[in-house]
Design a protein. Structure first.
Ligand SMILES: NC(=O)c1ccc[n+]([C@@H]2O[C@H](COP(=O)([O-])OP(=O)(O)OC[C@H]3O[C@@H](n4cnc5c(N)ncnc54)[C@H](O)[C@@H]3O)[C@@H](O)[C@H]2O)c1
Length: 284
């Protein structure tokens, strides 16, 4: 159902690779709510993925940019403003990648060159895009900037590796730049801490299926899907959240407030029973 929440608004959406991507769902939902958008991704992701299908569906222009390249970002904001004939109102950062995770380098055996890349792609790119937007005065007053994060920024989750450090930095950038951009232009900057979601990046996380199931059992409302996330992000782009800034907002079905749930306890007890029976069997 559409509420015309973004009627007359324009924005840039980073990170739609395929129809599983969270950014894909946000793009569809934003357009449904009346927004006009520009889609962007790395040239290689545009070639390998299906973003052009999304662009056709949304009537959107696609502009290639590597979010770690300030030059690419400058071109992106220039071209976007040319395309719309003026400034934009919202930006979504939906980008993450860790070469250490991809190459199975564990947290106690990180390649530091890879770590630099993880931080640059997954966190510093957020700073770069905001700095470029501000220098070009590309965003209207009362605009909204959102990046996607994960609870590994606050809590240690086995296997999330150096992406945890990247998310902590990402959330810190939202606060630090949120102060400056809020003070000057009333532009708000928030991160949305999303449930595990079966996407290309998500599925690359070590033990992802177990993590997805665990989070679902722990959350009273169940995991938030990519579609649920799109609804939440659209609300953050809308004028209904004009005084929300510098926040990390949990969108996780209640997971972040839980310690143990009945659903998770049931599975845990079953495996304890199996372990006990195994030991008993060996002793007999
Ligand atoms: N999937 C999950 O479980 C989950 C949970 C919480 C948060 N998130 C976050 O959501 C965001 C989107 O990920 P997703 O799950 O939709 O996966 P996805 O694989 O669909 O999207 C990741 C995107 O990052 C883009 N990207 C990588 N390097 C880039 C670069 N240098 N420049 C520009 N773009 C680049 C990729 O091309 C891809 O489109 C990420 O920040 C991710 O950490 C995901």
């Amino acid at each position: 159902m559409s509420y015309n929440l973004l009627k007359g608004k324009k924005g840039i959406i980073f990170g739609a690779l395929n129809d599983k991507s969270i950014a894909w769902k946000v793009a569809e939902r934003a357009v449904e709510e009346g927004a006009e958008i520009v889609l962007t991704n790395m040239a290689v992701s545009i070639r390998m993925g299906t973003i052009n299908e999304l662009a056709d569906k949304c009537g959107a222009k696609v502009i290639a940019a590597d979010a770690t390249s300030v030059e690419d970002l400058e071109n992106l904001f220039d071209e976007t403003m040319k395309h719309f004939g003026g400034k934009i109102d919202f930006v979504l950062h939906s980008i993450g990648s860790s070469p250490n995770v991809r190459k199975s380098r564990t947290y106690d055996d990180l390649d530091y060159g890879f770590l630099q890349k993880t931080l640059d792609i997954s966190a510093i790119s957020f700073h770069k895009m905001i700095q470029v937007a501000r220098k070009k005065d590309a965003i209207n007053d009362w605009g909204s900037i959102v990046a996607l994060s994960y609870i590994a920024a606050q809590r240690t989750l086995y296997g999330y590796n150096d992406m945890a450090d990247a998310k902590a930095l990402l959330e810190s950038i939202a606060r630090s730049f949120g102060y400056i951009y809020g003070r000057e232009k009333k532009i708000r900057i928030n991160t949305v801490s999303q449930s595990p979601t079966p996407t290309t990046a998500g599925s690359g996380v070590f033990g992802f299926d177990g993590l997805l199931d665990f989070a679902d059992r722990m959350s009273p409302l169940g995991n938030a899907t990519a579609d649920d996330c799109a609804d939440y992000v659209v609300m953050l782009f809308s004028d209904l959240t004009r005084k929300v800034t510098m926040q990390n907002l949990y969108h996780d079905g209640g997971f972040s407030s839980m310690g143990m749930s009945r659903n998770a306890m049931n599975v845990y007890n079953k495996s304890l029973e199996m372990e006990y029976n195994d030991v008993k069997h060996k002793e007999e």
